[in-house]
Design a protein around this ligand. Structure first.
Ligand code: FAD
Length: 388
């Protein structure tokens, strides 16, 4: 029986495993995930406005295991593609020891790491760096936003590509909504510093600029943060911004063990968006945010790349099943609530990559209905992947 090892039990990893089962591949499928639970991304910004709670977006792997997928809790720290070996250290629902797994196919789907190592002062002041990307830090950010009486909030987006293009804007506008709700908005400055020449995704940049103007969120574009101090950040052009609350997303990249194995730089090299094999190894594939694709990094693209990766394995195994897939997505970006009600509104946007240039869709009119649709979409993903 063939052994498939999948690194990362997130959207992409579980989709690959499920699709291989659907394709009737006779294989021992092992998913390695560094935690015994999964924490969904899309609605995390609503933790700030207290419209979302952790229990609705955390899932464990029991149902995944019941489908016949072996789930190992551990952190992969090294791979040896020449000898087809994955090395990991067990997590707290394991014996905690070092292990090696041999494979016939390896799928790398660990998502991204937040890497601030190139920013001066980051190691010293990383405790000040909050954002919506990490479960602990989003709670710390919420605490600060609900307790602070006055000051300056700096929100930062690094150079694209990073995971979930609108998340920094969503963060700024969630904070704006809470401060309005608390009737202290006039005691705060909110400054969004963006390393890109427009807020991301570009298709919504005009909508965001308009909302920011109306709601007094200051926008600085084309400025990369290169230094963090105790209460200030400095951009590449030497401008200094004081902060009391720093909601900063660090640059995104794949974990270093991927670079060390010669499989890519910031993201994993693949042959093409449809053929996610490493250019060097037929039996090593990438999927999800970790893959070096010419598309935004979001859940739909992660899912679609996983279907392409699974299809390629099925093809190499001579099996006939193929999941139906193409690259296109529709999404909803939270835009806060200008009246300071804790009822977040959203705008809709999308891109269809099946035509050239990619066809954009958008409805710039903020609606409550879009926030509700995003919730239903996220919950249905979780049910589909984790069984509940
Ligand atoms: C705040 C936020 C908001 C978002 N909003 C949206 C949105 O509105 N719309 C949208 O489409 N997408 C959104 N996304 C993006 C979406 O969540 C990701 O694109 C998607 O989860 C990527 O799937 P993935 O499988 O590549 O990575 P993940 O789902 O992150 O899964 C990777 C898994 O690998 C595990 N892992 C990592 N390293 C290791 C290791 N060394 N060893 C073992 N396991 C490891 C991780 O714990 C994780 O479980 C958002 C994400 C965040 C964080």
């Amino acid at each position: 029986m063939k052994r498939v090892v999948i690194v990362g039990g997130g959207v992409a990893g579980i989709t690959v495993a499920k699709t291989l089962l659907e394709g009737k591949m006779l294989a021992e499928i092992t998913v390695v995930n560094n935690t015994p639970h999964y924490f969904s991304g899309p609605s995390r910004p609503l933790i700030i406005t207290q419209e979302q709670s952790l229990d609705r977006i955390v899932r464990s792997y029991e149902e995944v295991a019941r489908r016949g997928i072996k789930v190992v809790v551990g952190t992969v720290y090294s791979i040896d593609p020449a000898n087809r070996v994955v090395k990991l250290v067990g997590g707290y629902t394991s014996d905690g020891g070092l292990k090696e797994l041999k494979y016939d196919y390896l799928v790398l789907a660990p998502g991204i790491v937040l890497d601030g190592s190139q920013i001066t002062g980051y190691e010293k002041y990383r405790g000040n760096v909050l954002n919506v990307y990490d479960p602990g830090r989003v709670h710390a950010l919420r605490e600060k936003v609900w307790k602070a009486e006055r000051g300056t909030v700096v929100v930062y987006a690094p150079k694209a590509p990073y995971r979930c293009a609108p998340a920094p804007t969503e963060t700024a506008l969630a904070i704006d909504a809470v401060l309005r709700y608390r009737k202290v908005r006039d005691k705060f400055r909110i400054i969004h510093i963006d390393a890109n020449d427009k807020t991301q995704p570009p298709v919504l940049a005009d909508v965001v600029a308009e909302i920011y103007k109306k709601q007094g969120v200051e926008l600085v574009t084309g400025q990369e943060i290169v230094e963090i101090g105790e209460n200030y950040v400095v951009t590449k052009s030497g401008e200094k911004y004081q902060y009391d609350i720093l909601a900063m997303l660090e640059p995104n990249r794949t974990p270093k063990f991927i670079t060390e194995a010669g499989l890519g730089g910031n993201f994993i090299d693949v042959r093409s968006p449809q053929d996610l094999r490493s250019p060097k190894y037929d039996d090593v594939l990438a999927a999800g945010d970790a893959a070096g694709l010419p598309f935004p990094k979001n859940q739909e693209i992660a899912f679609e790349s996983a279907l392409f990766a699974a299809n390629k394995i099925l093809e190499m195994e001579g099996l006939s099943y193929r999941a139906s897939v193409q690259y296109a997505f529709l999404g909803w970006a939270y835009v806060g609530n200008p009246e300071g009600r804790l009822e977040t509104l959203s705008v809709m946007f999308g891109l269809d990559f099946t035509s050239q240039p990619p066809k954009p869709t958008k409805d710039p009119q903020p609606k409550r209905e879009y926030t509700e649709r995003k919730d239903a979409w996220e919950q249905s993903y979780l049910k589909n992947l984790f069984g509940y």
